[in-house]
Ligand binder design. Structure first.
Ligand code: S3P
Length: 198
């Protein structure tokens, strides 16, 4: 089990992916293993709105939800380095994506359709999945969103099985990514550029 990284996480880790990919379950555990804070963006949106996500969709409509989502994530990206799980639509917003690219390290948790259908069936709090057969809605979202999620810095498979295994894969992927960045002479944001001594 991986509990530390060889290099400290320089930016907020942002988990993206479809509903049921395990962003919250994995994010919480990654944060606990690294001793970092964890925030669920959907939870923050509900707190900001003073009502649940289904209520936001019903009372104000999806565009209002997206607007709030963009503003809440922008605020969270300005805060200290932490682990942030985002709702499935957040990374589809170009402004949010640009902000995450500048201030975060994004990980797409990629899962197969059957896994997403089984996991999302356990709860009824997702308005988009009430708009038709959840399998069909998820299949359509996969087609539309996967090419955009693929723009994330890292892609990690979220399989059916123990969540801790996905957590291990996420941490191993981050470690490899930071090591490759260090080898290429990348510096953390805000730090002085590496000086060459010859
Ligand atoms: C949405 C995903 C949900 C929530 C909202 C819309 C989406 O979050 O933000 O219902 O557009 O995919 P999860 O991905 O955490 O279920």
């Amino acid at each position: 089990m991986i509990t530390t990284l060889h290099r400290p996480l320089p930016r907020t880790l942002v988990l993206v992916g479809l509903m049921g990919a395990g962003k919250t379950a994995v994010g919480k555990r990654v944060a606990a293993r690294l001793g970092l804070g964890f925030t669920d963006a959907d939870h923050e949106i509900e707190t900001a709105a003073g009502c649940t996500i289904p209520d936001i969709f019903e009372r104000y409509g999806e565009p209002a939800f997206r607007d709030l989502e963009r503003r809440v994530i922008a605020r969270l990206m300005q805060g200290p380095v932490q682990v942030l799980s985002t709702g499935g639509g957040a990374f589809m917003d170009p402004q949010t994506r640009a902000l995450i690219a500048t201030h975060g390290l994004s990980v797409w948790l990629k899962a197969e359709l059957g896994v997403l259908v089984a996991r999302t069936a356990k709860r009824s709090n997702r308005p988009l999945l009430r708009q038709g057969s959840p399998r069909e809605v998820l299949a359509q979202l996969m087609e539309r969103r996967h090419p955009v999620y693929a723009l994330a810095d890292l892609t990690v498979e979220s399989r059916d099985g123990p969540v801790e295994e996905t957590v291990d894969r996420v941490l191993a992927a981050i470690d490899a990514h930071l090591a490759a960045g260090a080898a290429a002479g990348e510096t953390a944001p805000g730090s002085a550029p590496a000086r060459q001594t010859d």
